[in-house]
Design a protein around this ligand. Structure first.
Ligand code: NCD
Length: 317
């Protein structure tokens, strides 16, 4: 049990990670503190899960999430199996999620990390298997471990999450990272502004959830109207592959570019986050500035995923 938190480590044991809505503030705080501890003593979890097997089943492409889970599992001493995208697996032959999960269960997987383009895939896998399932991206709805990475990046930059003004910009409708982050942030005393054209604005179910939690988000269409008030600007790419109508994509593409000019009135302490990959919505001219926090954010994915796997599989350190 960590000081001041009302949960114990056993709450994480064999737990599925499907939605950021399933976690309370104390769960997030527990994880963030454990990541801080790990960063203070790197190596302290090395080998903690020796002999266990992680099955990474990525039915959609991935760079950061796949590799950070893979490296995290290996640092913990685990063996890693699975696939990093549809090519190179039997999915191209039509093999189903169900059969894939059942097969890796038979091979003795201790945890599944699943990314899929269909909403509900991770919870389906959790229903048909007793092995813990971690969603690594579920259609356009959720990406709970990215939300933990994002919270950690915010905490690392400001030393706190409470009291901050967070703007989320880009494709909020089809981007799964922004909804998961919004759910996670609803545990904190924050102000959230969704910045997007109407066609890409945050989905009503997310807004209702936040409102019920007492965090009523604001909606804006232009960054310039809010930039000066923000502490955090979370930028996301337009999800070309998820927008159902290509003509809709043509209308919105290139609509935003966060560059130095767009941040002219921003606070010097503003931190810009992005789950990456970026396309043209985040200018490389920010890379060398104090605003850029996205590479530090991505680097936090490794210790965070080590901590999460260790908590779920009971590494006991
Ligand atoms: C995101 C994803 O896959 O949802 N990437 C990631 O995991 N960091 C963001 C995106 O693809 O736009």
């Amino acid at each position: 049990m960590q000081v001041g938190l009302n949960i114990s480590v056993s709450e994480f044991l064999r737990r599925d990670v499907i939605s950021a809505r399933d976690f309370k503030r104390d769960h997030f705080e527990y994880i963030l503190r454990a990541v801080e501890d790990l960063e203070k003593s790197p190596g302290s979890l090395d080998g903690a899960l020796r002999g266990k097997l992680a099955a990474l089943l990525f039915f959609e492409p991935s760079t950061r999430t796949y590799s950070s889970f893979q490296i995290a599992a290996e640092r913990l001493g685990m063996k890693v199996t699975g696939f990093a995208g549809p090519t190179g697996s039997s999915i191209t032959k039509g093999e189903t999620l169900h059969d894939t999960v059942k097969m890796f269960e038979g091979y003795g997987a201790d945890v599944f990390v699943i990314r899929h383009n269909r909403m509900g895939a991770a919870s389906f896998a959790a229903e048909i298997s007793d092995t813990p399932v971690i969603s690594a991206g579920d259609g356009s709805r959720e990406h709970p471990t990215q939300a933990m990475v994002d919270l950690y990046a915010i905490k690392r930059a400001f030393g706190r999450i409470d009291g901050l003004k967070v703007g989320m910009l880009g494709d909020l409708r089809y981007g799964r990272t922004s909804s998961s982050l919004a759910y996670a942030l609803s545990n904190y005393d924050v102000e959230i502004t969704f910045i997007a054209p109407e066609a890409l604005q945050m989905r009503p179910e997310v807004i209702h959830f936040l409102t019920r939690r007492g965090v009523t988000p604001k909606k804006e269409s232009a960054l310039k109207d809010v930039a000066r008030a923000l502490d955090v600007l979370y930028v996301t790419r337009i999800q070309k592959e998820r927008i159902p109508d290509p003509t809709e994509f043509e209308k919105v593409k290139g609509m935003y570019e966060v560059n130095l000019e767009a941040l002219r009135e921003a606070k010097p302490s503003l931190k810009v986050l992005h789950p990456l990959p970026r396309v043209d919505e985040l200018s490389a001219e920010l890379d060398g500035t104090s605003y850029a926090h996205y590479f530090t954010q991505a680097a936090g994915g490794l210790p965070l995923r080590m901590v999460l796997l260790n908590l779920i599989l009971g590494g006991g350190r």
